[in-house]
Write a protein that binds this ligand. Structure first.
Ligand SMILES: [Zn+2]
Length: 260
């Protein structure tokens, strides 16, 4: 057995923002709604989460919501998230708790990907060295300070590696300093590549458009990662799953259906 077993996309919240955020220099004045996703992956040797969504308290508590998300207007509206969209609620629907998660793999450290860690106390966390260093430098304003407060207990990795059976970490820097995508080999059908925010929308992949936010404004690095994903998908005959694309997400069967 050299493949993962099952993959569940989890809709942990939604976002409304100016399309420029996803497609560099495209979409001025056009606001789009986007899913905020995490993914649960079951493998023969354990369960992995790729990203964990937002910190629910920061959205549900008016003072925290104002503190953290008012400064992001008008580019971003505050995210929307219901209690049922918290990861432990999804796990409960599968008869699981956070103690059944063996590893949280953070593709990057922006608030809509790392904030939900507070709901998963004690889980092993993997992050890239460059990603953590950039976050600690406070030069990446998509990272909320308190969300990396426990990073001393995280496992810091560098570069690509096999995360678990059939699960491979793929380096796709550009959107952020140490952004990682994930290739998942499954028993049926084509492998799946979780692009993460290397490609928010299908358009980023088909038109080879960089995301609006690029670490240190390095558009070329973000574009190189998009091209790398397209090339990898051709080589592996894999599906590319963009990360903030509602049209794409809505074509997937709803939870608790899984892909295998
Ligand atoms: Zn994101």
């Amino acid at each position: 057995m050299s493949r993962a077993l099952r993959l569940w996309p989890l809709l942990t919240g939604t976002h409304r923002y100016e399309k420029l955020v996803s497609t560099r220099n495209r979409g001025h004045g056009l606001y789009i709604r986007a899913p905020i996703l995490a993914y649960l992956i079951e493998t023969p040797n354990g369960r992995i989460l790729y990203d964990v969504g937002c910190n629910y308290a920061k959205i549900a508590t008016p003072e925290l919501r104002a503190k953290y998300f008012d400064p992001m207007r008008p580019l971003f509206d505050p995210p929307e998230m219901s209690d049922e969209q918290r990861i432990p609620r999804y796990l409960a629907r599968l008869g699981l708790t956070h103690r059944d998660i063996d590893l949280v793999f953070l593709g990057h450290l922006h608030f809509d990907h790392a904030g939900g860690l507070c709901d998963l106390p004690g889980c092993e966390v993997h992050v890239q060295r460059d990603e953590l260093a950039a976050a600690q430098s406070r030069e990446d304003d998509g990272v909320l300070d308190d969300e990396i407060a426990l990073s001393a207990s995280w496992q810091v990795r560098q570069g690509e590696y096999q995360v678990a059976t059939g699960v491979h970490a793929i380096a796709t820097p550009g959107h952020t300093a140490g952004h990682m995508s994930m290739l998942i080999e499954l028993p049926h059908g084509r492998p799946v590549i979780l692009c993460g925010d290397a490609a928010d929308l299908q358009e980023n992949l088909s038109d080879e458009v960089a995301p609006g936010y690029c670490w240190q404004d390095n558009e070329a690095l973000a574009l190189a990662s998009i091209r790398k994903l397209n090339k990898l998908a051709r080589a592996e005959n894999a599906e590319l799953w963009p990360n903030h694309d509602f049209a794409f997400f809505n074509r997937q069967p709803p939870f608790p259906a899984w892909r295998d």
